[in-house]
Design a protein around this ligand. Structure first.
Ligand code: ZN
Length: 143
């Protein structure tokens, strides 16, 4: 490959580390994991070596129901990344899972329908064979 070839811009990729690798591996299998501290019960995302509340390293990684609520959000109309720009506008949200962990994610569908407190459910977005992202969709019966 020469430096002059025009390449399609790549989807911005996360860089898994030893702590987060199990999370990305599970997502490829369409399973949403979170971390729960065996000592204090705190639920967290993303994966870390220690509990953010009590610094215990005794963490388990149960599978989430994939359901939760919109904790906060904003609708993006501009973004620097050339690939994500194609997908505007969309709602970027913090979703609180029913198990208590929160993650930054995208709400698919009409961004105008998103509201704080709306129930959401995970939808797995396969970017390619290597990368699956957990997006969320509004629950239909919660309008
Ligand atoms: Zn803890």
């Amino acid at each position: 490959m020469t430096g002059t070839q025009q390449q399609a811009p790549a989807f911005p990729r996360p860089t898994p580390d030893p702590d987060s690798a199990p999370w990305w591996d599970a997502l490829r299998e369409h399973r949403l994991l979170f971390q729960r501290c065996r000592r204090c019960g705190h639920a967290q995302l993303y994966f870390r070596a220690v509990c953010r509340e009590c610094w215990s390293r005794d963490l388990e990684t149960p599978e989430s129901s994939g359901r939760g609520v919109v904790y906060s959000y904003s609708v993006l109309y501009s973004v620097g990344d050339p690939v994500l720009k194609e997908e505007l506008p969309y709602a970027l949200a913090i979703v609180e899972l029913d198990e208590g962990a929160r993650l930054l994610t995208r709400i698919v569908g009409d961004p105008d329908a998103v509201a704080v407190g709306r129930r959401v459910r995970v939808v797995f977005h396969d970017v390619d064979e290597e990368l699956t992202l957990p997006y969320f969709a509004l629950e239909e019966d919660d309008a």
